[in-house]
Design a protein around this ligand. Structure first.
Ligand code: NAD
Length: 513
């Protein structure tokens, strides 16, 4: 049973307006004459208010502004660029709670996850401020006397950021904080499902830019749907398109940008698996699995979707998971007791039900969950119990990413079989193994183990820190964002040969003249 009733849509409107007011933004009454994007909330499933969207002419102007600003920004010393990111980080800290409110209103995240998403923005700003003094190139030993060979990193240009609804602000910040430190300017096309948090973030960055005197146009926001995104994709002034979303989107975006020889950074769908070995600490495994599979209502790209359990422990593991699933509080994401908020839409719930029906038709057995909740209170919202389904190896639907809390349970006998099952999906984002056998853990992390961009031991697949590079292989798109040396994707390198010998000597001992 749900602890408290849901807030009304009017309550949520007030919350959203209050949060926007506090960051310094007043929405116009009505959306005006041009195109409109309807802000809505998955908490009740209802519309909040219309927001003006970008026309093609406005999109063209935004790219022109960012392109112009780039000329000044690329020559601003990197540590001075870092001051803009530092100021943004300060404003994000000041408004952490307001921004988290908007994330919950628009994306339905529970309070601690919404605060966590904003925390991630603050963390990447800290990281990027440090990075602004560490855009290192290398000096390379030249084969010729009196020569110096070096690698220099330069700003790239305008970065077009296209982002998904489920991390409506963190993904923007991963890209934007790093891109700005690298000397790029940014045009952001957020998900059409989350315009309000986007307006708030863009406004705070505008404030930060004004505070530090950064050039007008270092950042532009374009509210709109896929058609607006396509304008960035096809615009030759956009040097890098960093796109986060479904593999379907990446399949459209990748070739279009490649056709104009632009660069892409693709962060697409995942289908993440965890192996549970016979030696695993099952208490730890259950906690890690339940957060990774049911947290964020299964709407993270790193959500755990496939559990690959050893035959000797599958029954006790499933018994514990079933018990944990039965107790998961589903409901109002603003209620501190709730762990599972709503799905983004009733359409997402329909897709979840279809996937479970397909799994059953292929011989799968539902072990726990799957029921809809709160439909009487909010028929347009999609509250659902996370579902656990036992399936056979080879079940077709398991190879697809269904963006909902479905955890498929598979069984294995040998470690080789576990790795083969694990890697036998088109996606390659995140993975983990629960084991106390060190050799097995190392093998899972080795070249012959997990084929994913993220591979973990004794922790679930989701909830990455910003310090590491984030991204995945295969149909996940191959991009890397956030920490480590992901910054290089936002810059171009030049190789410099300097001859200080006073004589011309050619490489490879070539003689000429
Ligand atoms: P989506 O693909 O429907 O939309 C993502 C964004 O792409 C939106 O802004 C959308 O307007 C835009 N878009 C769609 N088609 C486009 C086109 N042809 N040209 C330009 N822009 C286009 O995804 P979603 O439903 O918002 O998000 C969920 C998906 O995102 C899941 O598949 C999830 O795994 C993935 N995701 C991946 C990561 C990652 O880092 N790998 C992170 C978050 C979400």
């Amino acid at each position: 049973p749900h602890p408290t009733p849901l807030p009304t849509t009017e309550d949520l409107r007030t919350r959203a307006r209050t949060a926007l007011d506090r960051v310094g933004l007043t929405l116009p009454e009505g959306a005006g004459a041009g195109p409109v994007c309807h802000a809505r909330t998955p908490v009740t499933g209802e519309a909040l208010f219309p927001v003006p969207a970008a026309t093609p002419a406005a999109a063209d102007r935004a790219v022109a502004d960012a392109h112009r600003a780039f000329r000044a920004w690329r020559s601003t010393p990197a540590p001075v660029r870092g001051e803009l990111v530092r100021r943004l980080g300060e404003l994000l800290r000041e408004h952490q709670s307001d921004l988290a409110d908007l994330v919950t209103v628009e994306a339905g995240k529970i309070r601690s996850e919404a605060l966590g998403e904003v925390r991630e923005m603050i963390d990447i700003c800290d990281f990027a401020v440090g990075l602004s003094r560490q855009l290192y190139g290398r000096t390379i030993a030249s084969e010729r006397p009196g020569h110096r060979l070096a690698e220099t990193w330069h700003p790239l240009g305008v970065v077009g950021v296209v982002s998904a609804f489920n991390f409506p602000c963190a993904v923007w910040s991963w890209n934007t904080a790093v891109a700005l430190a690298c000397g790029d300017t940014v045009v952001w096309k957020p998900s059409e499902l989350t315009p309000l948090i986007s307006l708030a973030c863009a406004h705070l960055l505008d404030r930060a830019a004004a505070d530090v005197g950064a050039p007008d146009g270092v950042h532009r926001l374009l509210i709109g749907d896929k058609a607006v995104g396509e304008l960035l994709v096809d615009d030759a002034r956009v040097a890098l398109v960093s796109a986060t979303g479904s593999t379907r989107m990446g399949r459209e975006v990748g070739p279009r940008v490649a056709a104009r020889f632009g660069r892409t950074l693709l962060e697409l769908g995942g289908n993440n698996g965890a192996v549970v070995a016979p030696s695993a600490d099952l208490d730890l495994a259950v906690q890690g699995i339940v957060f990774a599979a049911a947290g964020t209502a299964g709407q993270r790209c790193t959500t755990l979707r496939r559990l690959i359990a050893h035959r000797d422990i599958v029954d006790p593991l499933v018994a514990r998971l079933t018990a944990a699933y039965a107790k998961l509080p589903v409901g109002d994401p603003f209620d501190e007791a709730t762990l599972v908020g709503p799905l983004i839409s009733v359409a997402a719930l329909d897709r979840m039900r279809q996937a479970v029906a397909r799994a059953r038709a292929e011989g799968g057995k539902v072990l726990a969950g799957g029921g809809r909740r709160l439909a009487d209170l909010a028929p347009d919202a999609a509250y659902v119990e996370p579902v656990l389904v036992r399936v056979r190896a080879g079940t077709a639907v398991v190879r697809e990413e269904t963006f909902a809390p479905i955890l498929y349970v598979l069984t294995y006998d040998t470690f080789e079989e576990a790795v083969a099952l694990h890697n036998d999906v088109p996606q390659g984002l995140s993975s983990s193994i629960f084991t106390r056998d060190q050799g097995e853990a190392e093998l899972f992390l080795s070249a012959e183990g997990s084929d994913c961009g993220i591979a973990n031991v004794n922790i679930g697949t989701s909830g990455a820190e910003i310090g590491g590079a984030f991204g995945g292989e295969k149909e996940t798109g191959g991009g890397r964002e956030s920490g480590s040396d992901a910054w290089r994707a936002y810059m171009r390198s030049a190789t410099n040969t300097v001859n200080y010998s006073g004589r011309l000597s050619l490489a490879q001992n070539v003689s000429f003249l």
